[in-house]
Ligand binder design. Structure first.
Ligand SMILES: NC(=O)c1ccc[n+]([C@@H]2O[C@H](COP(=O)([O-])OP(=O)(O)OC[C@H]3O[C@@H](n4cnc5c(N)ncnc54)[C@H](O)[C@@H]3O)[C@@H](O)[C@H]2O)c1
Length: 371
C-alpha cells in the first residue's frame, strides 16, 4: 500500500504521525511510504532520517494526499486537508468528531474511510491509542505543577520533595486512572506526600497494591475532596466519565479554603475540566490565578514534549497501522477492536457516540464494510 504522512499543520502541533522507526516497519512490510518534507522537524527527525528508513520525501502536502492510499497523522485534519481526502482512501489519526460538526461534514463529503485513534479499543475495555497520551499528560502534570509552585511563577514557593528536616509538599490526585497513576508515580518519585482519590474501590485497591503504602488512597466524597484540597500544595484533576463532560468536583467556593499560591492542574480540561474555575489555556500562556490559586489548564499537554509523545504514540498506533496497510478494509472486518475505531466510511457515520452527538443516522460498521 502507498502510505503517506503529511506535516501536521494544527497550531503548535510538533508531533508526527510516523517516526522514522515506524517508517522502517511499514517499509519492511513491503509498503511504499511518502513523508512530507519537514514532517519530523518537531521531533528532531530530518528528511535524511526518513530517507534512511525507506521513505520518499514529498515537497508538498498535496503530493502526499494525492499519492497515498492511507494517510497517517496525529491531529484531526484541518479544512484545507478535508478537501484533499477521497473515497477509497484510509485516514488514520485522532479525530474527536463528536464536538466538531464542521470536520464531520468535511470528512463525510470526502467519502474517506476515517479510523479514529481515540475510539480503537482493547480486550480489557481500554483505549490503547489514547492511553499513551494520558501517560504523558499525567507525568507532565507534576512537572508543570512543581514549576507553577515556584514563587516566581506565582506559586506558594514549596519544593515538592522537601529537604531533610522539612516536610515534603502535599499532592492530591483526583481520579486514579491512567493520568492519575502516572501523576502519582512522578509525585512519589519527587518525594511528595501523595493522596489519590477515586470513586472506584477496585481501582483504589489496585493503586494501593501498586504503590505498596507509598501513597494514600481515598474514596472520593465531597468531604474527602475538601479535606485533601484544603491541605494540598498541588491538586491534579484527572477524572473521566467516558462520553460525558467532566464533573465539577472543585467549586469556586472551595478555592477560598485552599492555601494561597496552591496549584490546580486540570488535566481533564479537554473534557471541560473538573474544577469550576477552569478554562482551557495554551502552552504559550498556561496558567492564570483565581482566588489566589494558580490554575494550569492546557488542553494538549503532550504537545509540550513532542519527542516523547510522538514515539509513545507511534508505539501504540503501529500495530493497527500495519494491519490497515497490510490488509486494507479487511483489517477492519477481521479485527473488532480496530473496527471500533471506524468513525466514517463512504459518507456515512459508523460510530454510535458521534452519530448520537451530531444527529446522524448510524451506519453499522460491519454492514457498510460488507457493502
Ligand atoms: N489535557 C491533556 O492534554 C490531556 C491528555 C491526556 C488525557 N487527558 C484527559 O485526562 C482525563 C483522564 O484521563 P484518563 O486516561 O486517566 O482516564 P481514565 O478513565 O483512565 O481514569 C479516570 C478515572 O477517574 C475516576 N473518576 C470518575 N469520577 C470520579 C470522581 N467523581 N471522583 C474521583 N474519581 C473519579 C474513574 O474511576 C477513573 O479511575 C480525561 O479527560 C482525558 O481526556 C487530557
Amino acid at each position: 500500500m502507498r502510505v503517506g504522512c503529511p506535516k501536521e499543520i494544527k497550531n503548535h502541533e510538533y508531533r508526527v504521525g510516523l517516526t522514522p522507526g515506524a517508517v522502517r516497519e511499514y517499509a519492511a512490510h513491503g509498503h511504499q511510504v511518502m513523508v512530507e518534507t519537514g514532517a519530523g522537524a518537531g521531533i528532531g527527525a530530518g528528511d535524511d532520517a526518513y530517507r534512511a528508513a525507506g521513505a520518499t520525501i514529498a515537497k508538498t502536502p498535496e503530493e502526499v494526499f494525492a499519492k497515498s492510499d492511507m494517510i497517517v497523522k496525529v491531529k484531526e485534519p484541518q479544512p484545507n486537508e478535508w478537501v484533499q481526502l477521497r473515497e477509497n482512501q484510509i485516514l488514520y489519526t485522532y479525530l474527536h468528531l463528536a464536538p466538531d460538526p464542521d470536520q464531520t461534514k468535511g470528512l463525510l463529503a470526502s467519502g474517506v474511510t476515517a479510523v479514529a485513534y481515540e475510539t480503537v479499543t482493547d480486550e480489557r475495555g481500554g483505549l490503547p491509542l489514547l492511553a499513551p497520551m494520558s501517560e504523558v499528560a499525567g507525568r507532565l502534570a507534576i512537572q508543570a505543577g512543581a514549576t507553577s509552585l515556584q514563587k516566581a511563577n506565582g506559586g506558594r514557593g514549596v519544593l515538592l520533595g522537601g529537604v531533610p528536616g522539612v516536610l515534603p509538599g502535599k499532592v492530591a490526585v483526583i481520579g486514579g486512572g491512567v493520568v492519575g497513576l502516572h501523576a502519582a508515580k512522578m509525585a512519589v518519585g519527587l518525594g511528595a506526600d501523595v493522596t489519590i482519590l477515586d470513586r472506584s474501590i477496585p481501582r483504589l485497591r489496585q493503586l494501593d497494591d501498586i504503590f505498596n503504602g507509598r501513597v494514600h488512597t481515598r474514596y472520593s466524597t465531597v468531604e474527602a475532596l475538601e479535606e485533601e484540597c484544603f491541605s494540598a500544595d498541588l491538586v491534579v484533576g484527572a477524572v473521566l466519565i467516558p462520553g460525558a463532560a467532566a464533573p465539577k468536583l472543585v467549586s469556586r467556593e472551595m478555592l477560598s479554603g485552599m492555601k494561597k499560591g496552591a496549584v490546580l492542574v486540570d488535566v481533564a480540561i479537554d473534557q471541560g475540566g473538573c474544577f469550576e474555575t477552569s478554562h482551557a489555556t495554551t502552552h504559550a500562556d498556561p496558567t492564570y490565578e483565581v482566588e489566589g490559586v494558580i490554575h494550569y489548564c492546557v488542553a494538549n499537554m503532550p504537545g509540550a514534549v513532542p519527542v516523547t509523545s510522538a514515539h509513545a504514540l507511534n508505539n501504540a498506533t503501529l500495530h493497527y497501522g500495519l494491519a490497515l496497510a497490510d490488509k486494507g478494509l479487511k483489517a477492519l472486518v477481521d479485527e473488532p477492536h480496530l473496527r471500533n475505531g471506524l468513525n466514517a466510511h463512504k459518507g456515512r457515520i459508523t460510530n454510535a457516540a458521534v452519530a448520537d452527538a451530531l444527529g446522524y443516522d448510524l451506519a453499522e460498521p460491519k454492514a457498510v464494510l460488507a457493502a
